[in-house]
Write a protein that binds this ligand. Sequence first.
Ligand code: AHR
Length: 497
Amino acid sequence: MARISLDFDRILGRVDPRIFGAFVEHEGRCIYGGIVEEGSPVADSAGFRTDVRKAIEDLQVPVLRWPGGNFVSAYHWQDGIGPKDARPQRFDPAWGAVESNRFGTDEFMTYCELLGAEPYVCLNMGTGTLEEAMAWVEYCNGDLDTYWANRRRHNGRQEPYAVRYWGLGNELWGEFQVGHLSVERYVEKAKQWALALRRVDPTIQLVACGHNGWSDWDRLVIDELVPYVDFHSVHIYTGSDDYWSNVLLPHQVDRALRASRAMIDRARYVADVRHPVHVVYDEWNVWFPTREDRRRDKIVAERHTLSDALAVATYLNIFVRHCDTLRMANLAQLVNVLAPIVTDDSRVLLQAIYHPLRLASTYTLEFALDVAVDCDRIEHADTPDANRMTHRIADLGPFDVLDVAATSDASRSRLVLNVVNRRPDAPVEATIDLGSAQVRGEMTARVITADSPLTTNSFDHPEAVSVSERKVTVTGSRIPYEFPACSVTQLAFEVGE
Ligand code: AHR
């Protein structure tokens, strides 16, 4: 029998809603054929697909990162403004694609406003110049009678967009990145850019380009850039065809957040930096790229399984538990490519990973609670893996078979538990111990599971992995509950003393 023990006095911190952010990139069918499909019967007059928009709205995305990713490192934003038919069609060296530029800055900002999401723009530090980046900030945020602010007005937008978040480049540590830099050259350049960009708009918040959170690149970027930025970014994708690796690999984010936090604390102390610097995990998801996927002409279209949904739920639990360090996360890439939402010409499909995302973004409460979990533990040896995107995790184990995050509201009258049962073949019986609190009335149980860890949703079987919801009458402060094999469960309680 497992035990999940809660104490409402053990508050880890406030959960930042920006951890439910997302990322859209000009890659594959994310933008064209996903977010926009001009002339389609399912698109509105601006060309935005209404079915996709509805699915995104249900995820309540608070912040949206754009335009890349690798794409941004050769993207010239000025190609994407003004009359659409006059915009140049360009070669995109990141993905070997043709970029029509029909979706540009104004379309992105409009889309964010429709969604109620804050825009987060990543800058081109590959082929882009500082002058171009300063002009982009002026175009978006300028309120004076100046050239780029006036170009925005001329293009139909009077008020500044007031874009708060700006990323200082994308993954410049990688040789695959157009304009790849050594860390020494990156920090030199990023410092110069940060100082100049803040002269255009001192209110912007800047994100330094980190790596996996614990690398030498991260260490040097943190040491040198903490005085100049507000956030340090981390990217980790995980995925494996080995079940246990797939569901446990997200724990690398524990390492990433602990290491980045320690390095940031040290750098702030050494340089006597008074402003806070937090971590942004601005690209994450389950991605198991095969060699085939890596071909330049191949459009990535990940099909997510139930076990991927468990991994995504685990990521989200980790984000909640590290709420003190992590202040924003952006799921890649929201629509098509690696995505909770996929489209064909006229339909939307919600992949398995959509469901834990929606449950977490809809029901997570304001404060994260520390939870003690007593259950079986898994020792996991690293599996040899040709996939370069996975990393070792054996050092992080053993792992609880149940992964749990708990949140409560300020008045301590509501409690939400998110529990991942990673045992693929057996339920886990548990007692949920609420300490001195008592349940009032019914408990809502929302469960995501299916017959097999490899179950996927498809246009033919769109609900093979979905959420079943039921109300259960429970009393007292020790609640018995059986978590189904290979499942994500959300339990919501009204509680009192
Ligand atoms: O999400 C796909 C790609 O993965 C992004 O463009 C890049 O930043 C990362 O390497």
